[in-house]
Design a protein around this ligand. Structure first.
Ligand SMILES: [Zn+2]
Length: 160
């Protein structure tokens, strides 16, 4: 008998804690107060702000504000250290292409760690694209691992 209210309560709490939805039920049109992206026709796009648009903070800006990436790219090996500037340019070019077409796909950070470099992103597609672009340009070893029902991705690229 006590099982039902308990489960109901858990469901409500779970829903409330999901502050990073990939698909939302925003009314159309809605605009992001941070980056100006517009939610219309079921997707986020770079469009002129419609009059009387609803306002929110888009999922990408929320991820950036709370430092909660959806994509992780781990880069390892000597090749990176010897071609760091070139590889940073490649990553930024991938971001420019991805972000232009999909406002929620953005680069967050490139962090240098003693044994690897960690690139973080707001979306899973851009993380995968960065990995694929590295492998296309420089070969090396590439692999992916999805998590959280494919809402997050970890990409591994290595070249010695
Ligand atoms: Zn935004």
């Amino acid at each position: 008998m006590q099982n039902v209210p308990f489960r109901k309560d858990r469901l409500i709490r779970k829903k409330r804690h999901d502050v990073h939805p990939t698909r939302g039920d925003w009314p159309e049109p809605t605009t992001c107060t941070q980056c100006g992206a517009v939610y219309t026709k079921g997707r986020w796009a770079w469009e002129e702000r419609p009059p009387n648009a609803n306002e929110t903070v888009c999922p990408a800006c929320r991820r950036i504000a709370s430092n909660y990436p959806a994509g992780f790219v781990e880069i390892r090996g000597r090749f990176y250290r010897e071609h760091q500037d070139e590889i940073h340019n490649l990553i930024k070019n991938v971001e420019a292409q991805q972000k232009a077409a999909r406002p929620l796909e953005r680069l967050m950070n490139i962090a240098e760690n003693p044994d690897h470099t960690l690139v973080t992103t707001t979306g899973i597609h851009i993380a995968r694209r960065i990995g694929e672009s590295l492998a296309r340009a420089y070969q090396g070893e590439l692999s992916f691992q999805y998590a959280d029902g494919e809402k997050r991705i970890r990409v591994f690229w290595k070249r010695d």
